[in-house]
Structures are given as structure tokens and as C-alpha cells.
Design a protein around this ligand. Sequence first.
Ligand code: WTA
Length: 658
Amino acid sequence: MSSDQSTGSETAPMDNLSHESRSFAPDPAFARDAVAQQSLYAEAGEDRLAFWAAQARELLTWETDFTETLDWSNPPFARWFGDGRLNAAYNALDRHVEAGNGERVAIHFEGEPGDTRTYTYAQLTEEVKKAANAFTALGVTAGDRVAVYLPMIPEAVITMLACARIGAAHSVVFGGFSADALRSRIDDAEAKLVVTADGTWRRGKPSALKTAVDAALADGKSTVENVVVVKRNGEPVEWTEGRDQWWADTVETASAEHTAEAFEAEQPLYILYTSGTTGRPKGILHTTGGYLTQAAFTHRNVFDLRPETDVYWCTADIGWVTGHSYVVYGPLVNGATQVIYEGTPDTPHQGRWWELVQKYGVTILYTAPTAIRTMMKWGEDIPGQYDLSSLRVLGSVGEPINPEAWMWYRRVIGGERCPVVDTWWQTETGAIMISPLPGVTAAKPGSAQVPLPGITADVVDETGASVGDGGAGYLVVREPWPSMLRTIWGDPDRFVDTYWSRFEGMYFAGDGARKDDDGDVWLLGRVDDVMNVSGHRLSTAEIESSLVGHPAVAEAAVVGAADETTGQAVIAFVILRGSAADEDHDAMSETLRQHVGKDIGAIAKPRKVLIVPELPKTRSGKIMRRLLKDVAEGREVGDATTLADSTVMNQIAADFAK
Ligand code: WTA
């Protein structure tokens, strides 16, 4: 490995200037028989709609073929493949069995306590048929909504596919959300059925789920008629006769005969609530034909999927969109074999993930930068104890990945041989939009690279005009794409307002981005995280990246705080790495200020660098900068109820005031 392609050691100071010149060309051996081909770009560029129509027909089995690819006569309300008919569960299950692949493993399940289960495609199909019959017997019909509040266990996948099979939309609520959050989502979707579990395992301890459902439904006034309960951890549960049913008594005893009925392509598939920075959560609505087309297309091409031989693992929880598109729909529609793990990465030890990669021979790993940075903090000797040689493609999603984490991921986990794909997309986009294609495009540490074939993402200025190479602005999508959200459930005006009003005729993603001199896209974080200091635009992500590039820093969060003189000032909160934590904090803060100044420019120097023991994170691992901004601007800290650990902010506020 030549030194210009590697940071060499974790402690090498980051050289920000060389990022853009650091580019990994596709490995020729990988490129030779890559699943994705360069010609996809030309095909899609020539006729975008014909390209998507061809993908829809190649990747999916339609009961009735469509004649119209896109109806955009009433923008921004799109209809894709509108007169086609298909069944999502049939596409994810039955057809693989019919094609002779019933014995292929669909799911290798690993529970946190170490219990395991394997489902072949034939077995998973049977379970989903039973669940479809059971839900139907409980009165669920096409068009109804089903709330799903389950841990990462196979029943979660079975439930989602059973809903899809009978044309009911699922609304999965992440198991870490509170009873109140669950209730507001149940009410907004007017769910008829809730599927939950007694509980799950979290860091070696049983943790309850059904109690939250009971609390959410306590007033008896919701639309929910039944609650189906999976027995997972054996915790005692309260029981409401007539409403509550054990999974074992309803689903497991149901008939395994069920013929999937085809629904129209625009049949609602699911609602998934996502929190904006303010206001109540938005119910993002996805429908069937277009969503499945893009989920399957991206899963196959971005991960170079070979269903016969690959073992794929996406570490996301089904409570998030990544779990929908890249645990349930993409992989199963493509007939892939995958690993599902219930627990946390450090239970019972910090090598658990790598132990699973070794045990199942995982070939494709898809995870989030936060996880990668956490593993960096734990040290590379931990993954070093396992055989990771089965890995061949690595993916990243959910937040900007700093070049250090990208390089560490490539070197320590990927053994310098695996392409790393940094995939940009959102709950709203339904599937990956901007990403390298392994074997086809180059990859630069920290850049999501280029819009996928058939996706017209762009970076525009305030007026909606495309910025040139080297420019920065707002990320937009110019033309409708198959897996786009169709609306906000029950609130079409908010859909139009939030996404389609900022720039005429374009989808506004809410992210800042820039194009480098090669035209490659670099995500700069949410627009509300972009600061303006003395008229200079600065990205929180960029400064954080600089900070974590310093050998003493494990994690960093940066906010722009109002400043009389400069408009905004940069305030940084950092967690130090290992032994650095023992050094004098004042001296270290000054060192880090100077480091950023040197790295990016004097303008980017934080006014203050506060060394903290923890950062405020949501249960999905996102840093809540809003709360840090409150502290930095001397306000009472706002609503911290979505934090994984709500005590973190008290400590930070106290330290800041010192
Ligand atoms: C951010 C997760 C940089 C972005 C799939 C987006 C990213 C938001 C990336 C959506 C990436 C996601 N690089 N930023 N590769 N991927 N984001 O809805 O700000 O949970 O708008 O969907 O995450 O988050 P969501």
C-alpha cells in the first residue's frame, strides 16, 4: 500500500488540502466483472424514463405490466408505473421460491444473547403467509395501517411483508421511542393493529416494549383494535383481554396457504415518521412499484450484489428508513442472503460485529459513520482480532463521513481492498440517490461522488441556478424519481411547502452541498447546520472533520452561535481520545483551535472548544446540535426528550457556564 493512499496510522494529522486530490480509481479486477456498468449513465442520460421502465421490468415481477412510466401532470404529486399491478411480498418471497431458490438462506438471525435462527426463502415465505392470514382474520384489509413496534428480530421483517402482502401500509416506530411518540404516530396514521413484543435485549439486560404500547393505548380512545405480541424476552406483561393476542396463538397457528393479490403500483406500502428540526413528525408516504424498483436497483448496483454468493449485512434498525429499504425491501426483492443482529455492537464485548462478520462470512457491510467513529475510538486492535477477509464492499449512510473515518473504514475493516460507497439519501427519497458505483466510478474519502443513473440531483445557489464545479449551495433534485415520497400522510400542503416551495419545480433536500473541481458532490450537512461567519460560509461538518482529524480527538460537534460582530461564531464540543483526556483542558482547547485554523483557515477557528465527556445523541446516533446551540447561545436547553441519555446536557451546560 503506498503511503499516499493511506493515512498510515490513526494518529497521523489530517491533511485537509489533499482530500480532493486523494481519489481511489476502481480496482481493475473488481471493475472487470462489476455488476454496475458505466453504460448505465449513458442509458439513463439518453432517456431517463425508458431507463427506469426497463429497470422496473427487469428487477420486479408484475402481474399486470404498466403502459405509463410516469404521470407528472399534477406536480409534485407523482405516479410511477400507474396502471401496473404487483404484490411487494410476492416480489420479495414467493417468486424466489418459484424460481427454485427456496432453500437459499434469506435471514441469518443473531439475537443479542447469542440465540440464532435461520430462515430460507421457503420458510420466510411460509411465515409471511401465516401472518397475512392472521392479520386478515383480525380484520386488517387493504388500505389499513398497521403500527409496528418491534426489536430487530425476524418477526419484524415478517410483519412488514405480511402487511405488504395484504395491501395494508405498515408504520414502523423505532423501539427506542417513548410511549408518547408511539401514540402520536398511531393516532396520525389511525392504525388498526399494533404488532409488538414483550421486550428485547439491550446490553445484556431485558428491556420492555409492550409497556409502552399499553401506555400509548391506555385511554382506550385510539383506533387500535388489536395488539399482537411476540414473545421475545419472557418479561411479564400486562394483558388486555379481547385486545391483546400472542403471536404464537394467532400467527403461528394460522394457515400457511395464501395467494398474494396484486395491487396497483401506487398502493401505499408504508408510512415512516421522520422528525424535522421543528414541529411534529412528518409521516413520509411511500408506495409500491416505484419504491421497489429503486430500492432493488440501488441495492444491486451500489453494493455489487451477487445473490447466489454474497452475505450482506446492513446494521440499521428497521425503525429507520435504511432498515426498510436495505434490510427488508432491497435485499429480499433481490433474493439476497443477509444477517440481522438484534443487539448493540459492544455486547457482550466490543468485537461483536467483527465476530459476526467472521462467523457468517459477511461480504457486504452497510453502516453509519457514527458507528465507524465509535469503533475507531475503541481501537483497531479489536477488529484486528477477527478474520474480515470475506468483506468485499463497504457502505456508509446517514451523515457526512469525515475522511479520517472513511480511510479507517477502508484500511482497518476493508483491508485496503474493498471499495467504500458513501451513500446519500433520505427517508423522503426512499432509496440511495448519490453514491459511487463500485467498479465504475472513483471514490474520494468524504465525497458521496455522483448522482446515480436516472437521478438528476444538483447543487444550486439561492436563485435555483446550478453552481459550477468548485461552487457550493443547496442540494436539490430536478426531476421526479421512482422511490420519491408521494406526500406527507394526511398533509399534502405540508408536503408541497416543505420540499417543493424553496426552489421552483425542484425538490429541496434541506442539505447543503458543494461540487469539487471534478464536479463530485460533497455533502455539507443540513442547511441549518451551515454557519455564516463574517460572510463566509462554513460547514459544521467540515470543522468537525478537521477536529476529529486531530489525533487527540475522538468525536466533535460544532454549532454556529449568534455573534454580534461576526454574525455567527463557531463553537465546538469535543470528546478526547483515550489518554488525551488527562491532559490540561485549557491547553488542549487552544491547540485544537489552532489546529482548525491551520487546517481550514483562520475564519474557521472555533471561538471556544469545550471538552466534554459525552455528546447529546438521539437513539439513532445523530448528534442534536440544536441543544448544543442552546448552550452556546446561553439559552435554557430545549426539548431533550429524544436523547438516548437525557442527563448528558446537564453536564455540558454546567461545564460551558464555568
Ligand atoms: C444526512 C437516512 C451526508 C443528510 C438515509 C440527509 C447524509 C439526512 C448522508 C437524511 C451521506 C444521509 N452523507 N449526509 N452519505 N446520508 N445524510 O432521513 O443530512 O434519516 O438529509 O435518512 O441524513 O436522514 P434520514
